[in-house]
Design a protein around this ligand. Sequence first.
Ligand code: CUA
Length: 347
Amino acid sequence: MIKRLGNYIPLLFTLLITSACAATPISLNPIPSTLEPHGTGAARIAELWWLMLTLGTVIFILVFGLLVAALLRNRRSTSATAPDSSSGDIGRSWPIFGGIVLPFIVISTIFSYSIYTLTAVENLSGKSAVNIEIVGRRWWWEVKYPDQGITTANEIHIPVGLPVQIQLQSADVIHSFWVPELHGKMDLIPTRINHITIQADQVGTYRGQCAEFCGLQHAHMGLLVIVESKDDFNAWLASQQAPAAAPIDQAALQGEQVFLTTGCVFCHTVRGLDDKSIDRSSVDLGPDLTHLSSRLTIAGASLTNNRGNLAGWIIDAQHIKPGSLMPNIYLNSEDLQALLIYLENLH
Ligand code: CUA
């Protein structure tokens, strides 16, 4: 045990230095809000929320005002000898207006606007520019572009200003796909396929989150939506369609061998690295790593993708996300360094 720890000491120093250097924060809103919409669906939902808040505030002020008026009036009438009989008609019409007519108008308005919002959000106009399939897993998002033959994880690239159709499925339990700044929520339900169409109106990076409690690491089931210009999006598609980059030097070659011999390859696909002798029935248990280093985050968007975090994730995933399917991989310092070099080369 002591010897194993000793192996890690030089590595830990390297990791401290590299993670400090590479800890560039991703520029995105750390607290994404539905009230700061950057997508067509989110804008409709925010409008409905503001309408409900406005009506609710007006009614609250009205009820509170009437309550105060009634209390003052009650005090005056108890001090007077005879109640004012001329106010009888007004007194009778108040319950009809305040108890039936006014609630009917308010509830009908909110109901109609909710139906309008639901219809508008579900039927974003225009032909879908790209089709995406998302599979919710404990606790990460598998992202596929079936028309382009791309599989990635926890990061969705979409073109700006165009509707994007997303098919949602779950591989285990119920999850919920939610990118607050772009759209409402949609559940991913086992044995069922749901659809959602999102459209972003502004280039940027938006954080999404699983919005249905799905177990121990539900809070660490995040994702990023990267909204790009059409040209940048097409360039990204082309780069992702390419097979994995071949190892460029001896260290990366050694890392590839570590990847093939220590178990990584049983759960993770690297397209282009296909060892036929391996039983690949379980390879989709973990994220596709073909272009791992092009991604901004790892571990369900819970860690920035840099060498320090990647190393920590490989050797101690069960400390970072207890209960996840990623086991701790015990490697000596040299093998770990080689594996990191290999993974960083998967750009
Ligand atoms: Cu998946 Cu919560």
